[in-house]
Design a protein around this ligand. Structure first.
Ligand code: ADP
Ligand code: GLC
Length: 536
């Protein structure tokens, strides 16, 4: 039986798509998952803002910008103004996935994606509300010569708060069979700010369903209540069971309420976000949608992350050659980072956004111990929070023979750290999925993690029992504090020095983990089918 499913057409909307724009795992997922779905035969396209970094990427890599779609301009009223956007189009090389870029230079032609040197743009609500409107205007207005919609979309798959207004606009403005009861949302005395020509039902959207994926519940897109006027939705939606949240406008919450189906990026996180501990005050709203909530584990894009073919490594390797391959990669990494080229000391690697989420302070607390007791080495690549960056810089200054810190964003170096380290550290306080621990597994670098979210779903602790039954692939600690982490570090170092056979077994188990996107893409495809069947 063929796995191809040409019947379902999905449009991904995301504020980041690798390799064009990226601050974290969202970008990886929004490029890899569409590719995997395309391989399974779904009709997939993606839409994302045309940021300055996107333009630069095309100029650097292709010598020209993607072509604009001739004659197509999108109009959307945001922040009391009618704004106009152009659309550019390309395909992800080697796939049928079409990428659309929404071009509006006032909003997107800026140095950073969300902020400038750590300070969020004041108009982020306007920027992403506008993007959401443009996505729907694109579906509606992009027609072929016969007037038929080019993007005949069954499912709009939105991601995180930046695109979470799409289901709301769809229901409140664009769709005829609105959950809200058609025009009732506008039945107040307040003026509508939406343009008359784009209001009301439209057949293009008659069957369109929405999926919202929550990549990180902490970031909700919360704005001053007055932003309701700027996004152009009626104030009757500003209630505790829809868009209001403790007096503020909450875009992610709005998406949770209005989407047809909600997913998050690991089964464990799907459980956790219903609890007070991880629910970020949205646990009630999420529990209310429990029947429509699914946890689907992210995967790894093996075209980008594979030690057998990785173009960034000084030597590639596989399960049979990892000892030699990792030896070469470790020596090269030590040299690149200015550390002594000693094969015998354990080298810990970190690639991370510098953010409280990631538990990097547990690592910092343990650095003096690791260095003084074991002469261990640490290589950290990360950018973000300034205080954390300074703390690690200081450690690098104090222990310059053992600690190397690189506060930039470097894809090349991130690959070399995954391959050249002995252990990859990811002590996150919470982690919706986490991609780096999956990369490190595949690269034969056992991850050492806190037992939470997607880390729980992917890393099996090297207990004696799990080593014996062949499942151990990393090291796990169970309470988010530096002391508990230290015990796991001791155990990992003990295995590294004294249990070489077990150590190599753990590496082999790790490299065996199949975290390719195939299985997860199949789960998404099944969810889309389930949704579109509801249409029939
Ligand atoms: P999150 O999305 O929460 O940051 P993930 O583990 O899901 O965490 O994904 C992080 C992604 O960002 C990975 O692809 C990782 O390699 C990349 N990354 C994070 N920081 C850096 C950095 N400083 N340089 C290069 N890549 C980075
Ligand atoms: C978020 C999460 C991370 C997840 C990524 C991609 O940034 O913090 O755990 O892997 O999104 O889904």
């Amino acid at each position: 039986m063929s796995d191809r499913d040409n019947s379902t057409s999905v449009l991904f909307a995301s504020s980041e798509v690798a390799p064009w724009s990226k601050t974290g795992g969202l970008a990886d997922v929004c490029s890899a998952l569409p590719k995997a779905l395309d391989k399974q035969g779904l009709n997939v396209s993606i839409v994302t803002p045309y940021y300055r970094c996107v333009r630069q990427w095309f100029l650097d890599h292709e010598g020209k910008e993607p072509s604009p779609i001739f004659g197509l301009t999108l109009h959307a009223p945001i922040a009391h103004e009618r704004r106009v956007a152009g659309v550019r189009r390309t395909t992800i090389p080697g796939t049928n996935v079409v990428a659309y870029f929404i071009e509006h230079n006032v909003y997107y032609d800026r140095d950073g994606i969300y902020n400038n040197q750590g300070v969020d743009y004041q108009d982020n609500c306007d920027r992403y509300a506008f993007f959401c409107r443009c996505v729907l205007e694109l579906i509606k207005n992009y027609r072929d010569f016969n007037g038929r919609p080019v993007l005949d979309v069954d499912v709009i798959h939105v991601n995180d708060w930046q695109t979470a207004l799409i289901p709301v606009y769809l229901d409140a403005i664009y769709r005829s069979s609105s959950k809200l009861g058609g025009d009732s949302v506008f039945a107040t005395a307040r003026p509508r700010l939406t343009s008359p020509e784009s209001q009301g039902s439209d057949d293009v959207f008659a069957k369109t369903k929405t999926v919202l994926t929550i990549h990180n519940l902490r970031h909700q897109g919360r704005f001053f209540r007055g932003a309701m006027d700027r996004v152009g939705l009626d104030w009757s939606l500003f209630t505790f069971d829809k868009m209001e949240f403790y007096g503020q406008l909450n875009l992610l919450k709005s998406g949770v309420v209005f989407s047809d189906l909600i997913t998050t990026v690991s089964p464990r996180y799907a459980e956790e976000i219903r609890t007070e501990e991880f629910g970020e005050k949205l646990q009630g709203v999420i529990a209310g949608r429990a029947d429509d909530l699914y946890g689907v584990l992210n995967g790894v894009d093996r075209e980008e992350w594979d030690p057998r073919t990785d173009r960034f490594l000084p030597q590639t390797y596989d399960e049979n050659t990892f000892q030699e391959g990792k030896r070469v990669c470790k020596a090269a990494l030590q040299q690149e980072c200015g550390l002594p080229q000693n094969p015998d000391v354990p080298l810990f690697g970190v690639v991370s956004r510098l953010d409280a989420q990631k538990g990097l302070d547990f690592i910092a607390d343990n650095v003096p111990y690791l260095v003084e007791r074991y002469n261990a080495q640490l290589v950290l690549l990360g950018s973000g929070d300034q205080a954390l960056a300074e703390r690690f810089q200081q450690l690098a200054g104090n222990y310059h023979w053992n600690v190397a810190v690189c506060n930039t964003f470097s894809v090349d170096l991130s690959h070399r750290i995954e391959a050249g380290s002995d252990v990859f550290l990811m002590p996150s306080r919470y982690e919706p999925c986490g991609l780096n621990q999956m990369y490190s597994l595949i690269y034969g670098t056992p991850p050492l993690v806190h037992d939470v979210g997607g880390l729980h779903d992917t890393v099996v602790n090297a207990s004696d029992e799990n080593i014996a039954n062949g499942t151990a692939n990393g090291f796990v600690f169970y309470w988010p504090n530096a002391d508990d982490m230290r015990k796991a570090l001791d155990w990992a170092i003990n295995c590294f020095y004294n249990r070489k056979d077990d150590w190599n077994k753990i590496i082999r188990n790790a490299m065996h983990c199949d975290h390719s996107w195939d299985a997860s893409a199949r789960e998404y495809a099944a969810l889309y089918r389930k949704l579109t069947k509801r249409n029939q």
